[in-house]
Design a protein around this ligand. Structure first.
Ligand code: NOJ
Ligand code: CA
Length: 775
């Protein structure tokens, strides 16, 4: 017994010291006999070697270091670490080149072209110790699969079945990313519970000093782990202008990877989000980790064009994807976010107990947004303007005490409030060509949500809902888990898989930030997982020019743009002005990719500006081509997109297939692309065989006004297009203060060709939008 305790102690001391040594030293230089892998264009070069028993890699671009020698491996429970005593056993090389078609996306064809190296390394029998003595009988086998693309690197650890490792628990992942300079970085603080932060732009060496300030205005709850901890996707820029982005792809059955920066050595180390017991991954062979990615681009626009993260995910596993479609929607939502109305139905109940609280006899508070009359008003407006869907929050019982109470049994996702007639409202919506979008706020009680999920999805099927917005506000239940630990990441995935069985599309808020899984599960049509419009005046200028480089690399964001009344003080006394203009809001529909796009403001806020609202109506949300014309993170983005005609009317066609659905509805973007006048009501009266060639261009800027020159050389040569230009007026400004004039815009119509050039001025916090349709 004594001997065993002594051994355990010794093992702990050895592993502990090893981990400390890892943290405070830099990896040795790559040896001259290191294995090399090159990208298809030969520009990127990856080296791998086992040095003193520890695996390590480096990455160069055109001879310049991108990642200096960096160690790899893990520390584990009950056995020696996976960072020493290794020998190289095998290496295999291969190449891959295919073009695949996403169900929805920024382009209809994506090239997946890489060179691969798979290395097998072993801790030989008897070279390391384990409490179960497995290492005395079998070698410990770890493989590392490297894929090198022209725009970056992906690598992951794999654990084959024939192994001393069968069921094993990670204490730490030791993967390093050693930086070659004090790069500029756009970062948010590392956190186990929220990604809802403004970005800080700073040198890497400044992270520690700016880390406290980086928390200002962020989400709740937040759980930090280090004063130099940051989240991925982390966008950086070197002094020579190279764009480096560290992230991960295909995170399944594994915790989320954050990074901890060592500001002495300039090495980032993987920092996994622990589970409630402190472990950072429970593995069972055969298995593998997610991909760790390092994107390397010469131009900022190439980062936006990169499909590295999607390519590293598995192809779609759903055989039938006919039910998945893009959605342009409105919502009974901004009313609650702005403070105009409430999610709750009554002020009678300080404490709600599902199944006991008597709502039928409760006194309505008069501020409940999801009431029959108000929902009908939104349906009428959304239908009149050709939208696909309408989200309604606060439809179900339980909102009186849902927030911050750590209640396990918080919602049942089934029982509507007395003033929300679910069957009648769905019927009313369908008859007008609109689908209602379901809302499932779990209040972070994942256990409760899982208990009700099957019934909740079945209810949706019964009434013709085909999309749900999920939510995870608050402290995760089971208690002790954070929002991004392995078990909770598994919960989010379970929700997607179960929804797919019911032909339901999912848009989750506060869930883990996506890592390209929408390629495999295209019913994952949206996620929030970053600071979105709900943060209103707290959003910094330039925030939306950073998100496409960071958060959106993993998948689309439900940013919820389209705010036309940006001075929230006009809605509630405590409201403050948002840093944006109407044209900045319009620009977001093109600069942000999402197959799920909201027009978030109230109908009555669009009514005075229907000429500008026309752009939101006309713009498509699914694309066959995207061009990133100009961009710089934290400053501005100009993007042009060409719509995918095949999916333009898919949502409306789906409503037409419902027994109570209106047939032949024409969505607003379909109307624009086919030049169908408003006087033609249904599709039966027009042929959809001749789409016009259409492009949309959007621009957004930070607090600095900017003029950009857009060359229209992407248009078909020799063809004349009608251009409609939505631009900030000369005196417009989205910067709160004396000159705040967010609603000043001009709309200009012009004839243009591929030889035309447009000069477009963006006001502070402003933007522009442009639609171009073949005559
Ligand atoms: C936070 C979400 O981001 C927001 O969109 C939603 O309205 C509230 N939670 C309530 O579920
Ligand atoms: Ca949120």
């Amino acid at each position: 017994m004594k001997k065993i305790s002594f051994l355990i102690l010794l093992l702990f001391i050895c592993y502990g010291m090893n981990a400390i040594a890892q943290n405070n030293s830099i990896a040795p230089a790559m040896p001259s006999d290191a294995l090399t892998l090159r990208s298809p264009d030969g520009q990127l070069s990856l080296k791998f070697a086992v040095v003193d028993g520890c695996p390590q890699y480096s990455l160069d671009r055109a001879g310049k270091p991108v990642v200096l020698p960096s160690r790899m491996g893990f520390t584990l429970e009950w056995r020696d670490d996976l960072a020493h005593a290794f020998v190289l056993k095998d290496k295999t090389y291969s190449s891959f080149d295919e073009t695949w078609e996403p169900v929805w996306g920024e382009e209809s064809q994506i090239r997946n072209h890489y060179n691969e190296m798979l290395v097998t390394i072993e801790q030989p029998v008897g070279s390391v110790e384990s409490m179960d003595h497995s290492t005395e009988k079998k070698p410990t086998v770890m493989q590392i699969r490297f894929r090198l693309y022209d725009d970056g690197l992906g690598f992951r650890y794999e654990f084959p079945m024939e192994n001393a490792l069968v069921c094993f628990w990670f204490k730490e992942e030791l993967t390093e990313f050693a930086m070659a300079g004090d790069h500029t970085a756009w970062w948010i603080p590392g956190d186990y519970d929220t990604q809802e932060y403004n970005y800080t732009e700073s040198k890497l060496s400044e992270i520690r000093n700016l880390w406290e300030a980086g928390h200002k205005d962020g989400g709740w709850p937040w759980t930090a782990f280090s004063k130099t901890g940051v989240q991925t996707a982390l966008q950086m820029k070197t002094d020579d202008g190279l764009y480096i982005n560290i992230h991960e792809a295909a995170t399944l059955d594994y915790p989320t990877m954050h990074l901890d920066f060592n500001d002495t050595t300039f090495v980032f180390r993987a920092w996994l989000c622990p589970d409630a017991t402190g472990y950072k991954g429970r593995m069972q062979a055969p298995c593998h980790t997610p991909w760790r990615t390092v994107m390397v681009c010469e131009k900022a626009t190439d980062v936006l064009a990169s499909r590295l993260i999607l390519n590293l995910n598995e192809p779609c596993v759903l055989e039938d994807v006919s039910w998945i479609h893009p959605v342009k929607y409105m919502g009974v939502w901004w009313e609650m976010i702005s403070g105009k109305s409430t999610w709750s139905y009554t002020n009678d109940f300080p404490s709600v107990k599902l199944g006991q609280t008597d709502y039928e006899h409760a006194k309505p508070n008069g501020t409940h947004g999801a009431n029959n009359a108000n929902v009908r008003r939104y349906i009428d407006f959304a239908a009149a303007h050709g939208f696909d869907g309408l989200l309604i929050e606060g439809w179900n019982i339980g909102w009186e005490d849902w927030y911050g109470k750590q209640k396990e049994f918080v919602f049942d996702f089934l029982t509507p409030y007395p003033d929300f007639d679910l069957p009648a409202l769905n019927k009313y919506a369908h008859e007008k060509g609109i689908r209602l979008i379901m809302h499932h706020e779990s209040s972070a009680s994942t256990v409760n949500y899982e208990r009700w999920m099957e019934k909740a999805y079945t209810l949706m099927n019964q009434y013709g809902y085909d999309a749900v917005k999920g939510g995870y506000v608050g402290t995760i239940i089971p208690f002790g888990e954070g929002h991004y630990s392995q078990p909770i990441n598994n919960h989010y995935h379970y929700a997607i898989v179960e929804a797919a069985k019911h032909h339901i599309m999912v848009n989750s808020h506060e869930a883990v930030r996506p890592t390209g899984l929408c390629r495999t599960w295209p019913n994952m049509i949206g996620n929030e997982s970053a600071m979105g419009t709900e943060f209103r005046e707290r959003i910094n200028p330039g925030h939306t020019t950073i998100l496409p480089f960071t958060r959106l690399q993993g998948g689309p964001m439900d940013y919820t743009p389209g705010i036309f009344e940006t001075d929230m003080g006009k809605i509630v006394p405590w409201g403050k002005p948002m840093k944006t203009t109407i044209c900045n809001q319009l620009g977001l529909y093109v600069t942000f990719y999402s197959p799920l796009q909201m027009a978030a403001d109230f109908p009555e806020h669009y009514e005075p500006f229907l000429d500008a609202f026309q752009f939101i109506k006309d713009v498509a949300v699914d694309w066959d081509k995207s061009l990133y014309l100009e961009a710089e993170p934290g400053a501005y983005i100009v993007t042009a997109r060409h719509p995918k005609t095949a999916t333009l009317n898919k949502a409306a066609d789906g409503v037409g297939q419902l027994p109570d659905g209106k047939k032949g509805v024409i969505s607003n973007a379909t109307r624009f692309v086919y030049a169908i006048p408003d006087s033609i009501e249904t599709k039966g009266r027009v042929s959809l065989s001749q789409p016009r060639d259409v492009w949309y261009v959007g621009g957004i800027t930070d607090e600095n006004a900017r003029e950009v020159t857009v060359k229209l050389d992407f248009l078909k040569p020799g063809v004349t297009y009608d251009a409609t230009i939505y631009a900030d007026a000369k005196d417009a400004s989205g910067m709160p203060g004396d000159g705040y004039k967010p609603q000043a815009y001009t709309i200009t119509k012009k004839k243009v060709t591929s030889k035309s050039t447009l000069k477009l001025r963006m006001a502070p916090c402003g933007g522009f939008a442009l639609s171009l349709r073949e005559k």
